[in-house]
Write a protein of this length. Structure first.
Length: 250
């Protein structure tokens, strides 16, 4: 069984505007608790016992959060800016910061501003020789990273905001990685966006036939913009349940 989870939570979240001006967006209070609390609660309920969280922006607030909830969660904080320069940016950076802590074992990886159903977190606890990426059918996949998957469920590649259709299964930022993921970190180059992209690492694994795609059965809530707060509030209050009315296409 997999016990460890890597949570990426180093960024500010500029799309949150003034709401993340004085603290990381992961700590925006919703229904009385920081958003991050609900992610940690679901991970714990799903059976994951050890959290390694990469922080950076306003890390002192994350340290306060850790102190407040130390009795509920087993969290190790890693400051990205202690390891990498502040001008080195991208979704692959948390892996660079934690390879010594995670090397040699499989682990789950999530972003600290995303919320998933406990059942889906449990389904990704697969201790085999494949890495996994969780996708969700979407009616407008062209606005997201899209998973191109073969007939056997193997990931062929992730295509960012494709102009030509490659399917409608979008990347939800939920992964299970084997230790092989660290073998490819030094092979990626800076992207056109000026970042080191986790999806580039995953694509290298996919070329080797080492990544399987899995459809989410439950919710995926992304706390990206101010208007997302209302959706999360309604979901946590039991007043709203996302509808799954889009079927997967190839």
């Amino acid at each position: 069984m997999i016990k460890k989870v890597l949570i990426s939570a180093a960024g500010r979240g500029t799309r949150m505007l003034d709401l993340s001006k004085d603290k990381p967006k992961h700590l925006i209070v919703i229904n009385g608790k920081p958003f991050l609390y609900y992610l940690l609660k679901n991970l714990k309920e799903a059976g994951f016992e050890e959290i390694i969280m990469v922080v950076g922006y306003k890390k002192e607030f994350m340290e306060e959060f850790l102190a407040e909830y130390s009795n509920e969660f087993n969290i190790t904080l890693v400051n990205q800016f202690d390891i990498l320069s502040e001008d080195r940016y991208g979704t692959a950076c948390p892996l660079e910061c934690t390879k010594d802590l995670l090397q040699g074992e499989s682990f789950l990886a999530v972003y600290g501003d995303n919320l998933y159903a406990v059942e889906d977190l449990k389904r990704l606890n697969i201790d085999d020789n494949y890495s996994y990426i969780a996708g969700l059918p979407h009616s407008h996949p062209e606005n997201y990273g899209v998973l191109a998957v073969d007939e056997n469920g193997l990931l062929k590649r992730i295509v960012e905001k494709p102009k030509d259709p490659v399917g409608n299964l979008i990347n939800t930022g939920l992964y299970k990685f084997t230790p092989e993921v660290f073998d490819h970190l030094d092979k990626i180059k800076i992207s056109p966006r000026g970042e080191y992209e986790l999806t580039d690492v995953i694509n290298l694994l996919a070329i080797q036939g080492k990544v399987k795609a899995m459809d989410l059965k439950g919710i995926w809530l992304d706390l990206g913009k101010p208007e997302d707060i209302v959706r999360v509030e309604k979901y946590l209050s039991g007043d709203w349940e996302p509808k799954r009315d889009v079927k997967k296409t190839s």
